[in-house]
Ligand binder design. Structure first.
Ligand SMILES: [Fe+2]
Length: 271
């Protein structure tokens, strides 16, 4: 037994203890409905449209859902894939494939009919979950080291239809902000800058091709974790765009092993 393992035993096996103390996973549909039924949804839909397909809610998730996500975010710290793209991005992420193995409640929340139905009301679009081999379908993003950030970008859709991003605040012990600019793709409306900090349980929902946004750099001893869900209106993707999208994911987010392992296993299935 290693010294480290002995320490674990003496300290009450923190890894096992953290698993044992996992809060009981709520029913995703019930938990979402318990919140969305209390909202003024026609008003939120108007706000979403008026802001060029963007909405921020400071308090969205039911507390038991937030607690579950916080637990998962901490439990998955050892699974984080770190990336550094000079001038664009520095941070960590955990892809859907790892989430499927180790935090299945997140997958349930992602595919919750109540959640998707509510997002459809907001957007006015029929939404679908992303294909099974898209590592962005749901992912956790970690900002845990000084300078972790993402520079200005759009969540460009490589799909034939629109791509919507839902960001959920999970842990925010940081000075990081989501800075954004509304209406940049609409020549008839002046650009409108904004900035929010997303507290645990908070929500941002937007059309990825319309919202220019960034996450500002983390400072020392800070930690921020957000959960991102991606929904599409047409899951078809042309092969060339699929290639670009996979390369981007491998380099900027999840690593080649995560992204291409999935493709390889699909290839075997076909063979
Ligand atoms: Fe983004």
């Amino acid at each position: 037994m290693s010294t480290h393992a002995e320490d674990d035993v003496i300290a009450g096996a923190p890894v096992e203890r953290s698993r044992a103390s996992a809060p009981v996973a709520p029913n995703a549909d019930h938990a979402v409905a318990s919140r969305t039924l209390t909202f003024d949804n026609p008003r939120l839909r108007k706000d979403f449209a008026a802001q060029g397909a963007f909405l921020y809610l400071e308090d969205f998730l039911a507390p038991e859902v937030t607690a579950q996500l916080v637990h998962s975010a901490r439990a998955l710290l050892d699974e984080v894939n770190r990336n550094y793209l000079p001038g664009h991005k520095q941070g960590g992420s955990v892809s859907r494939h790892t989430i499927d193995r180790l935090a299945p409640f997140i997958a349930e929340l992602y595919s919750s009919k109540e959640l998707i139905g509510w997002l459809e009301q907001l957007s006015g679009d029929k939404l679908q979950v992303s294909p099974a081999d898209d590592p962005h379908a749901y992912a956790l993003y970690y900002y845990t080291r000084p300078g972790d950030h993402i520079g200005w970008h759009y969540d460009t859709s490589y799909y034939d239809g629109r791509r919507y991003t839902l960001l959920l605040g999970v842990i925010d012990e940081s000075s990081c902000r989501l800075d954004y600019e509304l209406h940049t793709r609409n020549p008839d409306v002046p650009d409108q800058p904004g900035s929010v900090q997303i507290p645990p349980g908070g929500l941002v929902f937007f059309d990825g091709d319309k919202l220019r946004h960034r996450i500002t750099p983390a400072g020392p001893n800070e930690m921020r974790v957000s959960l991102t869900f991606e929904y599409v209106t047409d899951p078809n993707m042309r092969p060339w765009r699929r290639f670009i999208s996979n390369m981007k994911d491998a380099i900027a987010y999840f690593g080649f092993r995560q992204v291409f392992r999935q493709m390889a296993s699909r290839g075997k299935d076909r063979a």
